[in-house]
Design a protein around this ligand. Structure first.
Ligand code: F6R
Length: 608
């Protein structure tokens, strides 16, 4: 999410760090900052908003003599995007600075403990807690920074990539990671840290990929990797990469869309971070604790976010017992809808800027209904307008076609369902705990499945390259995914596609079926399978060819079966989603379309 760069070498560090931050801009940010040691002082300079704000501030400073430094672009997770929350953060004595990407789950308890010892905090961030914890541990390690970091991190739960700088060791930087990206660049007389390779690509292509639980200390002329917990040395391989800057931004993938599809396991992990109780059986959403469990819910959204909302309806009704209406925002805002006083509006938006969704919120607020925003972009207009905000925590989404954001919305909607289902007593503790376990296991299952799904999508794209129309069919919670599959295909490959509820097909679209009009069906091993199967028999009776997402062992004879790993109940959505996304991606790529920037579309739709 955030962009990180650290440098120890022989060049002026601050301009190099700022330039590195510029190359990480594609990750998105809301504030930026640098730190460096000069004249025996540890300086931190930060600015809200775009990088140019930071550059402007730096113009008036004499920052050219420091040859080590670090910088950060922030994508807010804790606290609003204002200067005091921007990184780097200093400990309260001003001797250590930290930049941090990730979320410290137990920061509140550590903060309370440090506050009792007299530490004063200047920001709302978990990162400031962490740097103070390290500073606190320095007392026990006789000023040894490496050991203090190791000691502090033994207490920390969560995901992080950090770089630490000390006024007492101006030419040294430390970095470590758990479940957040961090790489090291090895140069001649200079070494680098980056959240991503582009941070230092103009200076070196020799890269060390750091693993979770590894701690690194660099100077201009040395680097050493050790285990964070034991400080035992770890042997690492230096990899030479041939990527150009553009390929590096895409993590070696051909397009951002593909990168983002492959990020979905991490997106699920990030969405769950800090939201599952220590014992594992309960969902924690403190941002909603003051709001009573809704008696009725009106979900308002557009496009892909609307499809996520439709999927959420199936879950919220079934498991949390909440009556749900899902509304296309552009219709809702002009419909004069009946909004009973006991209702709550849930507005879903990746960008948090969609004008129609925003107008829906204003309408609901005008009628006195509380509004929850489920947004990805922290500090966005919708997140500010809503009374309550739940962040989906997908990280910046660059490709115009939304992929990983929907995955995070599904994960958040499942969490909301379990959270309200337990609070209302509608859901048994065991059922909630079981679903959470399954959700926590999903990232690994997906990591294993994604390469195979892509290979299959590639083969299918070649097979269907001549098709000019597709009918997508699904039932129950798979119906919104059929809609999403059709939307993805049309928006990036420009092939006409319609998503339909499988049972509705016989009421009209069946007239379209012929040997040149393929059907993309979702026919998994669930309670809807027998019904979907009979709908598919109707297609076959009209000589229509069928591509079906299905599971091993099901009695289904179709031309193109695509067997997915089994996931129980609504969790299947997390496997269906990348399959439909990858099919659309491979079709568009094979047809030579501009995948990341399809014609006529914009990433955030701030017009009517
Ligand atoms: C489709 C897509 C759009 C958005 C829609 C809503 O791939 O990206 O349909 O989902 O414009 O955008 P947000 O979620 O930002 O409100």
């Amino acid at each position: 999410m955030c962009g990180i760069i650290g440098y120890c070498g022989h060049r002026p560090a601050v301009p190099l760090v700022v330039e590195g931050l510029r190359r990480l801009e594609y990750r998105g940010y809301d504030s930026a900052g640098v730190s460096f040691v000069q004249g025996g002082r540890l300086s931190v300079i930060r600015a809200e908003g775009k990088l140019s704000g930071l550059e402007k501030k730096l113009e008036s400073q004499h920052v050219f003599s420091a040859t080590s430094g670090m910088g950060h672009t922030r994508w807010a997770t804790h606290g609003p995007p204002v200067e005091k929350n921007a990184h780097p953060h200093l400990d309260h004595s001003g001797r250590l600075a930290i930049i941090h990407n990730g979320i410290i789950e137990n920061y509140q308890e550590i903060k309370t403990e440090l506050a009792q010892k007299g530490v004063e905090f200047r920001s709302d961030t978990d990162s400031e807690v962490l740097v103070n914890l390290i500073a606190h541990c320095l007392k026990d390690t006789g000023g040894d920074v490496t050991r203090a970091i190791s000691k502090a991190l033994s207490r920390v739960e969560g995901a992080y990539a950090i770089v630490v700088m000390s006024v007492d060791h101006p030419g040294t930087l430390w970095a470590t990671r758990v479940a957040s990206p961090l790489v090291m660049g090895v140069g001649t007389g200079e070494n680098f840290f980056g959240s991503d390779i582009p941070a230092f690509l103009p200076y070196t292509r020799d890269v060390v990929f750091l693993e979770d639980g590894e701690l690194v200390r660099i100077t201009a002329s040395s680097w050493e990797v050790m285990e964070t917990a034991s400080l035992k040395p770890v042997e690492k391989k230096v990899n030479h990469i041939n990527w150009d800057v553009q390929a590096a931004e895409k993590g070696g993938h051909k397009h951002f869309m593909l990168k983002e599809i492959f990020e979905q396991p991490k997106v699920i992990r990030d969405c769950l971070l800090g939201r599952i109780s220590q014992q594992g059986g309960q969902v924690r959403l403190p941002e909603l604790d003051e709001l009573p469990v809704p008696e009725r819910l009106h979900i308002v959204a557009c496009g892909t976010s609307y499809h996520a909302g439709l999927w959420g309806m199936y879950l919220l009704e079934k498991y949390a017992g909440i009556p749900v209406q899902v509304e296309i925002a552009s219709e809702f805002r002009y419909r004069d809808p009946i909004l009973p006083k006991n209702g709550v509006v849930l507005a879903i938006s990746q960008s948090g800027e969609t004008m129609d969704t925003m107008a829906g919120i204003k309408l609901a607020k005008g009628r006195g209904l509380p509004v929850i925003g489920l947004c990805n972009v922290v500090g966005s207009s919708i997140s500010r307008e809503a009374d309550y905000v739940v962040y989906s925590q997908a990280g910046p989404e660059i490709s115009v076609a939304s992929t990983k954001a929907m995955c995070s919305q599904l994960a958040a909607l499942l969490l909301l369902t379990l959270y309200w289902g337990r609070r209302s007593g509608r859901m048994a503790e065991d059922d909630c705990a079981r679903m959470l376990r399954e959700l926590q296991a999903m990232p690994q299952m997906l990591e294993e499945a994604l390469p195979g799904l892509r290979a299959k999508a590639q083969r299918l794209a070649r097979h269907y390259a001549e098709a000019t129309s597709f009918l997508y069919l699904g039932r129950g919670p798979s119906y919104p995914l059929a809609l999403e599959g059709a939307l993805k295909l049309k928006e990036i490959s420009y092939i006409h596609a319609e998503g339909y509820a499988a049972g509705e097909m016989k009421h009209g679209p069946i007239a379209l079926i012929d040997p040149h009009f393929p059907t993309f069906a979702i026919a998994l091993d669930d309670e809807f399978f027998p019904k979907v199967k009979s709908n598919l028999v109707e297609v076959q009776a009209r000589a229509g060819e069928i591509l079906a997402l299905t599971n091993e062992g099901l009695d289904l004879a179709v031309e193109q079966p695509w067997t997915l790993p089994r996931a129980s109940g609504p969790l299947a959505a997390f496997v269906i989603l990348p399959a439909v996304q990858l099919f659309a991606y491979e079709m568009a790529d094979y047809l030579g379309k501009d995948v990341d920037q399809p014609r006529n579309l914009a990433k955030s739709v701030t017009v009517e």
